[in-house]
Design a protein around this ligand. Sequence first.
Ligand SMILES: NC(=O)c1ccc[n+]([C@@H]2O[C@H](COP(=O)([O-])OP(=O)(O)OC[C@H]3O[C@@H](n4cnc5c(N)ncnc54)[C@H](OP(=O)(O)O)[C@@H]3O)[C@@H](O)[C@H]2O)c1
Length: 281
Amino acid sequence: MKVLVTGANGQLGHDLVKILSPEHEVIGFGRDQMDVCDLASVKHTMESVVPDVVVHAAAYTAVDRAETEIDEAFRVNAVGSRNVAVAAEEVKARVCYISTDYVFDGTLDGPYREYDQVGPTSVYGQSKLAGEVLTQTLCSRYFIVRTSWVFGAHGGNFVKTMLKLGQGRSSLQVVDDQTGCPTYTVDLARFIGDLISTEKYGVYHASNSEACTWFEFAKAIFEEAGQSVLVDPCTTQEFPRPAPRPRNSVLDHLAMRTNGFVKMPAWRDALQRFLAEYLSK
Ligand SMILES: NC(=O)c1ccc[n+]([C@@H]2O[C@H](COP(=O)([O-])OP(=O)(O)OC[C@H]3O[C@@H](n4cnc5c(N)ncnc54)[C@H](OP(=O)(O)O)[C@@H]3O)[C@@H](O)[C@H]2O)c1
């Protein structure tokens, strides 16, 4: 199968190209080669590659900055996704759109299923939801894969931030009132590889198994990395950020179960594998 990956220089895009490559013919495009906001460029690229599937991982991901850069967030996440959808449809390619747990408002008691009510509270979440809607409207065959709390070897993420902070400090505070599911890019890319090889279209929640708070995640990072840093729990109120975050964004993997996909490993197992690779370099 010929697979075109957008956002190939990003955290997920990089691992998608690497992990899908042995099985498929994978062509990755970074922003410098194909700006998704440029419809003519996206159409031209799609017509010259003629992929079977497009994995659309490119996105505006600066969650806090999006609160003030509203137009730019929508330009990339809504208009850019519209462009990818239109161009893919013209060459009869299927689309796998990567989305986020931030499409939910976080007020549900318990894990979110794929067809639960969405209600993003941040500009980033709203712009990603717009991308979902445009993909669903314009593509005849699509997968929407919502993921959360992503970490991988390429690009910035919470795990790397903690490791860096831990080098200069003996203690730090981390919020303990937001719960979610960490996700390792390698495990996510493997699931996406399995998914796009099928005709099981629809919306999927894909994260590593089991949930935690950011505080619990931070503690685990230091334990697994062998860094002795005291982590103190704090509240979101004590650590305000420009963009609101869902209090609960735990993803239930209903669509994976009902479509016969193997659940992704537990996040702690994923963290151990990530650190083994990352710290060995
Ligand atoms: N990171 C998370 O915790 C998380 C959680 C839930 C969902 N997601 C979703 O997962 C996907 C992958 O995220 P990620 O963590 O890999 O993000 P990332 O590292 O920020 O990668 C996104 C990539 O998209 C590129 N991009 C931005 N604007 C573009 C444009 N106009 N044209 C082409 N490429 C453009 C960026 O290029 P530049 O570097 O040049 O800007 C970057 O390489 C995204 O859809 C994101 O919304 C991420």
